[in-house]
Write a protein that binds this ligand. Sequence first.
Ligand code: GLN
Length: 578
Amino acid sequence: MDKTKYIFITGGVVSSLGKGVAASSIGTLLEARGFNITIQKLDPYINVDPGTMNPFQHGEVFVTDDGAETDLDLGHYERFTSLSLTKKNNLTSGKVYDTVINNERRGLYLGKTVQVIPHITDEIKKNIMEAADGKDVVIVEIGGTVGDIESLPFLEAIRQFKLDKGKDNVLYIHLTLVPFIKTAGELKTKPTQHSVRELRAIGIEPSIIICRADRMLPRDIKAKIALFCNVEEGAVITAKDEDSIYDVPLALRREGLDSKIIEYLNIWARSPDLSEWENISNTLKTLKNYITIGIIGKYVNLRESYKSLNESLIHGGLANSINVKVKYINSEDFEGDCLKEKLKELEDCSGILVPGGFGLRGINGMLQAVEYARINKIPYLGICLGMQLLTIEYARNVLGLRDANSYEFNATTPNPVINIMDDQKDIGNMGGTMRLGAYPCVISKNTLAYSIYFRNNKRYNHVTNDKNGVELNHDGTISISERHRHRFEFNNKYREAFEASGFIFSGVSPDGKLIEICELKDHPWFIGCQFHPEFKSSPLYPHPLFRGFVAAAVKYSNALNGLEKSSHAKNKRKTLAL
Ligand code: GLN
């Protein structure tokens, strides 16, 4: 018998109300009460997954261990809970239609007319139940806003759930906006009333309403929402804007959200232990000092594009008791006439980071940033594309291979330091075909990478899922597992030349063939990794690379401040000779 309880979260009024953070926070609260949970996202768009979408369109593509390219909300789910999610946790309309149309072609519908109801809705329900298998509670977030044409099949499917599973086993939570209108000096409930009415018109009656607002809702406003929306007053929950998203689970708990959930679902549970989250919240509130990290990339105009990266830097800051201020610099502005001015912008950065990316645009700017960090001995972290560029910059400026390049930017370069991977050469379909997901990496002894992952022989529990933690091998090397998303790799033809000049390949695939981490001998902290560490960092377990990067940036900043105080040493920091 299916003992799983289902919580469906819909959103109303406007998008970007933080449904993902609300779903994640409910996950935090229910896990803290001892439930075995999972969280699933249903996305109404027709793309089979977001992997083929431009980051400007959709924000970051989050990658799971099993190599699914998913919605960025899955990143929140993993950061707020102990979950390690899989491709089952993100379902799009595109994926549903793809399966149904394939089934139809195979004759599986026995001559019937294939329709949205029941065929599409049945396929949606089947996917939800598969994700929920064996869990106490599954939290399902429905993307989009109630009223969108696109999300109707999902809403119809979740409506049917209550009939299928019984009313004690299904709970609908609606997240809305309660705006404060300055000129009237009032909080307005009308948008919430309308959006709940819309939901009820399609047969879904929410039992709990979470209201985003810039202030706590007073009793009379809650009473009004309760009356008009047909819910209990105690089930109208304020979700006030918080300084940090990591305060949200605590804020929702104070409003009694988790108690209401277990009451409505009729499940017994211990009271939650949230002490670790309280620690995080208190630490974030008391941090006074900050350091600045410069991110040089081309998707900097949309913060959502680097969601996990941003969060990971906050985690790195938490581990070092410092605020991290991120300065985004568009790599495309970093060229030609503006170069000098842009390099100046890097002067107050204590660390430089070049994140992942695709395509030729903005590459020269990023290369300039790498060179600046290398020469000025500023801590540098290059992620995926940022690692590839680190090797190209080195090949050009240290090894003297002026035309060194990546196959991605110039397929006919005589020096493809970064080459296309063998299994990527004959790829026809672009969707889901990169080297994706978790792969192991072996780190050599006596390297910076080793000390970062395994300092003082103590393993960092840097992942929520212990079995993916750091392993000590018999020969003294260590093994880690990290998530990937790339088509290109370091070309082994150049390995000897690099090594001969003091370049270190500190992490490789177990067969030794693929470069995973590289670093420089004559630099305090200069690291490139072919994988994406930002997908495995959380506030409770800051990832060692971000912990280490922020620590190095703090050290750099202290040294620089010390110098500036003690002498005229502003110029000690040479700017790159142009
Ligand atoms: N474009 C590069 C590749 O495909 C880097 C990818 C990335 O940064 N995620 O290998």
